[in-house]
Design a protein around this ligand. Structure first.
Ligand code: UDP
Length: 244
């Protein structure tokens, strides 16, 4: 599988279709495999924290979620095929899960959100089996792991925000008995309708971040890191070089 290094994180260079097809194979054959969708903020986090870098490196699938990753890859002169936004990837994967009769578990967000998301997703993807849900504000992992195991989930959407969700998947993925876990940040809020996505034209123009900023100005601190990230890309010297 071809990997492209973007400032220390090895991304899978794939089209959306390829990513979904690979995820479907993992959903059938994986054993606690996990997928991550890093944006620039997470790449910066991985640069500072080797343990977190290790967690990202342990993913079976690493998809470039943010437009910032695409720009950085271009600046590094190793362009990626394109963005694979986590939420769109999740939608396409759910179509396939419904088709193949595979079971999905939703983990994360505030109490009640995953239930509403489940209702909406069942309506949107006829035939989709959502075998269980759990909110993301728990103190003990054990009961959550047991619930996923009991539900015999093939796939778990883990929506606890970064870096919590990636660490959770690495630590507990295998114990859940699920084949594949996917870290999807705030996606359950979008599926539940509590948070809106940017209009299609803004998504296409790579301006989704601007929309999110307008809706949640408190994100400014997080987003202010993007220009610095791109400047860093211009001056980036590979430490280990490309991974094949
Ligand atoms: N969240 C959670 N448990 C926590 C912290 C956060 O379930 O302990 C949820 C939060 O409710 C939200 C999501 O994780 O639904 C994180 O959303 P955010 O928009 O910050 O994630 P992003 O998509 O930017 O990674």
């Amino acid at each position: 599988m071809k990997k492209t290094d973007v400032m220390g994180v090895a991304f899978d260079d794939m089209t959306m279709e390829e990513a979904v097809s690979r995820a479907l194979t993992l959903a059938k054959e994986g054993a606690g495999a996990y997928a991550v969708t890093p944006n620039p903020e997470l790449v910066l986090m991985a640069q500072k924290d080797p343990a977190y870098a290790g967690t990202l490196a342990g993913a079976a699938l690493t998809l470039p979620d943010g437009i910032g990753i695409i720009y950085a890859a271009k600046l590094l002169k190793r362009p990626l095929t394109g963005r694979v936004p986590g939420i769109d990837f999740a939608g396409k994967l759910m179509e396939k899960l419904a088709e193949k009769g595979l079971k999905l578990y939703l983990l994360g967000a505030k109490p009640g959100v995953a239930e509403t998301a489940a209702e909406n997703l069942r309506a949107k993807y006829p035939g989709l089996t959502i075998c269980g849900v759990h909110d993301g504000y728990f103190t003990e992992d054990g009961p959550v792991i047991r619930d996923i195991r009991k539900a015999e989930a093939d796939v778990v959407f883990v929506c606890l925000g970064a870096p919590k969700q990636e660490e959770w998947m690495r630590r507990n993925g295998a114990a859940t008995g699920a084949h594949l876990l996917v870290g999807l940040g705030g996606s359950l809020d979008v599926f539940a309708g509590t948070v809106q996505r940017a209009p299609a034209w803004m998504q296409k123009a790579g301006l989704e971040w601007l929309y999110r900023l307008a809706k949640q100005p408190s994100r400014i601190g997080r987003m202010a890191k993007l220009p610095g990230f791109l400047v860093k890309a211009v001056f980036w010297k590979d430490k280990g070089g490309d991974e094949a």
